[in-house]
Design a binder for this molecule. Sequence first.
Ligand code: ADP
Ligand code: MG
Length: 238
Amino acid sequence: MAAIELHRLVKRFGDLTVIPALDLAIRDEEFVVFVGPSGCGKSTLLRIIAGLESIDSGDLFIGGQRVNDMPPARRDIAMVFQDYALYPHMTVRQNMAFGLEMRNTPKDEITRRVERAAAMLHMAPYLERKPKALSGGQRQRVAMGRAMVRNPQVFLFDEPLSNLDAKLRGEVRTEIKALAQQLKTTMVFVTHDQVEAMTMADRIVVLKAGVVQQFGTPEEVYQWPANQFVAGFIGAPS
Ligand code: ADP
Ligand code: MG
């Protein structure tokens, strides 16, 4: 069974059709990267999967269940955004615990999950710090930890590395890949960076104007691009 399935999915903003009719099936435990130029609909697609954006027609299935009208909080999904959106007045621990407290998770269970995520992310020494006392890479890890403590079946990432410098981006990229393997969850990762797509993905979705140009392994997309657009986009330096 597919982890995430889109059937003839259509999304419009007023007169603008951002996604004309999309079919896609993402497997359980797969690491899929959506790549494409700015404005092609990557964020919109992620937001639709997360339930933050409605759809005009078509169907969305998560874990085999049709979730077209299911509110975000009930979906077994956690999203990590580009800007992290940490609470500045809360410590790392409080930032990571907040979502679970909202769900009335027992206190000792929250502590257990936060400390486990912090250990996996090498953030244990920083749990009592506030975001302003952290580096960019550490803030990114807090955002990741906040998603991890929910134990979601699916992680969605919207360009989570784009605020990091090149060296750190490489490091965090490797860490996210390692975490994906440990956690055994499905990951959908959005980027406009071809290198990121090629190095992280099990399979890449190349998007142009809301239309899938190719869905394949990095090797397939690189060796056998489906069209000129894919060839130019994957071949071009980032
Ligand atoms: P990407 O993430 O690939 O850069 P987006 O999904 O953010 O692209 O945007 C796709 C298109 O939809 C763009 O043309 C953008 O301007 C438009 N768009 C996104 N969100 C909205 C919105 N809330 N209202 C109107 N247009 C939007
Ligand atoms: Mg975007």
